[in-house]
Design a protein around this ligand. Structure first.
Ligand SMILES: *Cc1c(COP(=O)(O)O)cnc(C)c1O
Length: 483
């Protein structure tokens, strides 16, 4: 299958190369030239195991790997990694359901794709005869970093370096990364916010040419991150039909806590593949660039970067939007280039009315601030005894406003324990200074067990302490490569 670069549609790659390269050489993102349709019938969709569903979806979008390789990547990638037997839990209530995607090794939905990505990368590297060391460079707003570290630690032929914003992640997220073990891992804080870290990493991709090393991304700019995420929209749909909430064929609305626009874009791909997805609600926190964009067609990042209780969504430059724009402009790479140049130079761009209506056909947008998120955490806990983390709460609050009484599914993207102090505070409880005491108190208050891997962090040694200025990022990576 041909993948095209969003910034130069003459640059093509098959699905293996698109995964291996991560980012196209001129800075574009890879997208499939045509989105394949998934014609699972009702019986098939309802009877798939998660592994088999995921294998089918990957086969359709990454056909150049071969069916056996894909199957092995999925089965062995997920094997033994999840705390619960049901990898994805679907909790249906009266007017809404929660799709819990956080039962993996790092307690955030990023595990869903990152358990598989190292396998896909190693497979594409072998299939294409690559002899270089694969060096994963990743910027994180908190959750990708740990999920990628966990996935790539001690994988032969790979190294990984993760950059996180020094003041932009929760204490627990920071500890998860600082205590990461593995002979091929490096973690470094960046003085600045997530956008600074992400821009620094994108620059490094252009600037570093070291013999024997191929740089690659584990961020959702890599299509290998996006594709596994499509599977759980199909899964959620099947569960909704099974629960009797919808009839097969009826549209189902999704509310997605959004940062880099990767998770929600996976939902849009599912819709284009033929799944009866209704509205896709792009839910933001106070950093509501996307809300404004989807409502008005103007993307304007010239605003204060706010730190919120949902740090994994504190983003002003949402990379994956570029993929949607490429399709909205009918694969016109020049149009995308113009917008991206305007964004880089003037901090804003405006899309045509035609493109805006293309986007509004499938997407709604809303935002909820931290205090509104706290309110719904308390309400939902008190009314239906469901405990949401701060990111999920943002999406729920937006969905209540936009979908009214209509049925919807909220993507539950992180364990509440990852943000225990904020969740406790939302519940009106005193918040202990120490994040482990906060976890213990949240467990005592709710009787919901905390993930063992988060509790075990307390005993681990901090091994990564570097802090750099974003401008030093390229040199820092070169230093590691040359070691
Ligand atoms: C990464 C993340 C998001 C945002 O997902 P995107 O794919 O970046 O839009 C939302 N919630 C949590 C908990 C996350 O870790």
């Amino acid at each position: 299958m041909r993948y095209l670069s969003t910034r130069n549609n003459k640059i093509t790659a098959d699905s293996r190369l698109a995964v291996l390269q991560g980012l196209s050489e001129e800075g574009g993102l890879f997208v499939p030239e045509t989105i394949p349709s998934a014609d699972f019938g009702k019986d098939e969709l309802l009877s798939f195991s998660y592994n088999d569903l995921c294998t089918k979806v990957l086969d359709l979008l990454l056909p150049d790997f071969g069916k056996d390789v894909i199957k092995d990547c999925v089965y062995s990638g997920y094997e033994g990694k999840f705390e619960t037997e049901d990898r994805v839990q679907f909790k249906q209530f009266d007017d809404c359901a929660f799709l819990e995607l956080y039962h993996g090794p790092t307690s955030a939905f990023k595990d869903m794709a990152l358990c598989i990505l190292p396998r896909l990368l190693t497979a594409s590297s072998n299939l294409l005869g690559n002899k270089d060391t694969i060096h994963i460079l990743t910027a994180t707003s908190g959750d990708t970093g740990k999920a990628a570290l966990e996935a790539f630690a001690d994988v032969p032929g790979c190294r990984i370096t993760v950059f996180y914003p020094q003041k932009g992640v929760s204490d627990i997220q920071k500890l998860q990364m600082q205590t990461q073990e593995g002979s091929n891992v490096k973690v470094c804080a960046v003085e600045g916010n997530f956008d600074d870290a992400q821009s620094g990493v994108k620059r490094a991709f252009g600037e570093i040419k070291e013999p024997g090393t191929s740089l690659c991304s584990a961020n959702s700019i890599n299509i290998g991150r996006l594709v596994p995420q499509i599977s759980y929209y199909f899964w959620a749909y099947a569960q909704s039909v099974k629960s009797g909430k919808i009839l097969y064929g009826e549209p189902l609305n999704f509310a997605v806590p959004t940062g880099n626009f990767g998770d929600i874009l996976a939902g849009w791909f599912a819709k284009k593949m033929g799944l009866p997805v209704g509205r896709l609600l792009c839910a933001s926190n106070e950093n509501n660039v996307l809300t404004d964009f989807i409502k008005t067609g103007v993307y304007n990042k010239k605003r204060e970067f706010l730190t919120t209780t949902s740090p994994s969504m504190d983003i002003l430059i949402s990379s994956n939007l570029e993929r949607l724009l490429f399709y909205a402009y009918d694969c016109d790479d020049e149009a995308v280039n113009t917008l991206m140049t305007e964004l880089a130079e003037n901090g804003e761009y405006k899309v045509s009315d035609k493109v805006l209506s293309y986007i509004q056909k499938d997407f709604d947008a809303e935002f909820a601030d931290s205090s509104r998120a706290a309110e719904v955490i308390k309400d939902v806990w008190e009314n239906i005894n469901y405990l949401m983390d701060t990111h999920t709460a943002v999406a729920y609050a937006c969905a209540k406003k936009v979908f009214g009484g209509e049925n919807f599914v909220v993507l539950s993207t992180a364990s509440p324990y990852k943000f225990a102090p904020a969740v406790l505070d939302a519940l009106g409880q005193d918040v202990p200074e120490d994040c482990f005491e906060a976890m213990a108190k949240l467990e005592e208050y709710t009787n919901i067990p905390r993930p063992t891997r988060l509790a075990e962090l307390q005993k681990k040694e901090i091994v990564h302490k570097d802090v750099i200025d974003p401008a030093e990022l390229t040199e820092y990576v070169k230093g590691i490569i040359r070691q």
